[in-house]
Design a protein around this ligand. Structure first.
Ligand code: ATP
Length: 360
């Protein structure tokens, strides 16, 4: 029996193709006796067939597995009566039920001409956004109020416990890194709108309290609107950014755009017991079934998964495999033979995957 059981949910749209690509690379990098992948149904199309976006068996398997790898979920035409998309409930339910409070979103520029920013080269953009994943504005999904068709409200939720744990996560992560590319300083930037709303002022105050325990790390603040400018003009200033749920969602798409787009942005959603890994992008229905999706985000999410497992189980072999996958992605992009379409190349999803496997 393989050492680690990984539950996969391929999902909708490009989900299956990018998920299979990541499984292929992970198997190649780790060998068959290390990881066993068990696929489970879930997503918007499954909801249409069965009425369940995250079936109970799928949830139980996810909970019991060592880690969860997901393609993507959601189809724009599959909605609830209030207009919200059904597919999002797959990862939202996993997030809330498994308490995956820290959403780790690395933003890294690779060698090649991939940034829309002028004169930015590999190594100059290398920061991680920690998106608080269980509170903030999205916590009230499904519980908003629509009054007489005239007024709609959703409540922004912050708790001391919730903010403290994600802030600690951000500071601990900064400690393990090498600092910001511009000056080598370990730095945590707190992203909020503390100037406008009490809840964000509370977020900032709790982060500031947590920072007292990390005198070796510079504490920095940025308003959510201002940071959209900074991430374009001086992305090399950033090391780790911790943000409220919705702001983290928005700025991580912006960050992804600065390094080439959604197709290269990985994501890991971590709790104390479980981890869910998927590209930061959605199911991209516009390019489904064309074999043109970039598998890089999901492959890099797979490498994040290995790093997380390696840490939890003190397993050097997993860490080595993660490193090999990341180096192979780096090499593939630098060689320029198999560049995915969204990064300006012509390679299909399967060609990119094959090249990454070769370069392992
Ligand atoms: P969600 O809200 O579920 O995150 P979204 O509505 O933001 O989804 P995506 O599915 O992420 O939208 O797609 C946004 C754009 O990015 C689309 O044009 C899509 O084709 C493109 N895109 C997303 N993922 C990839 C990928 N892996 N490779 C290439 N293009 C992608």
């Amino acid at each position: 029996m393989a050492k680690y059981q990984i539950a996969t949910i391929e999902g909708d749209g490009i989900g299956p193709e990018v998920c299979r690509a990541a499984v292929k690379v992970l198997q190649e990098a780790c060998g068959l006796d290390m990881l066993a992948f068990n696929d489970f149904p879930g997503g918007a199309a499954h909801y249409v067939k069965s009425g369940a976006v995250l079936p109970e068996d799928t949830f139980n398997a996810c909970k019991q597995s060592h880690a969860i790898l997901h393609g993507a979920a959601g189809l724009p035409e599959v909605t609830y009566p209030d207009g919200t998309e059904v597919g999002n409930d797959l990862h939202l339910q996993l997030r809330f039920k498994l308490d995956l409070y820290a959403n780790v979103r690395p933003i890294r520029l690779y060698q090649g001409d991939f940034s829309p920013l002028k004169n930015r080269t590999a190594g100059e953009i290398d920061y991680i956004i920690i998106r608080e994943n269980t509170e903030g504005l999205y916590a009230s999904r499904g519980a908003g109020v629509l009054l007489r068709g005239e007024v709609a409200t959703d409540t922004l939720v912050m708790t001391r416990k919730g903010v403290e744990r994600v802030a600690k996560f951000a500071f601990e992560l900064s400690r393990k890194r090498h600092g910001a590319p511009a000056d080598g300083k370990r730095r945590v930037t707190v992203c909020d709108k503390a100037n406008i709303l009490r809840s964000y002022a509370f977020f900032r105050a709790v982060c500031t309290d947590v920072a007292q325990g990390y005198p070796d790390i510079e504490l920095d603040y940025a308003y959510a609107d201002a940071i959209t400018v900074h991430l374009i003009k001086r992305p090399d200033f950033y090391d780790v950014i911790v943000a409220e749920n919705m702001f983290g969602d928005v700025i991580s798409d912006l960050g992804a755009a600065t390094v080439g787009g959604m197709g290269i942005a990985p994501s890991g959603e971590l709790g104390d017991h479980n981890g869910l890994f998927q590209g930061a992008h959605g199911s991209a229905p516009d390019i489904t079934g064309l074999n043109v999706a970039s598998p890089l985000a999901t492959i890099l999410s797979g490498a994040l998964m290995l790093r997380w497992l390696a840490d939890r189980h003190a397993d050097q072999a997993l860490l080595d495999a993660a490193q090999r996958i990341e180096t192979s992605v780096e090499k593939t992009l630098a060689q320029g033979r198999a560049i995915p379409r969204d990064l300006g190349g012509m390679a299909s999803c399967t060609e990119v995957t094959a090249e990454i496997c070769r370069n392992l």
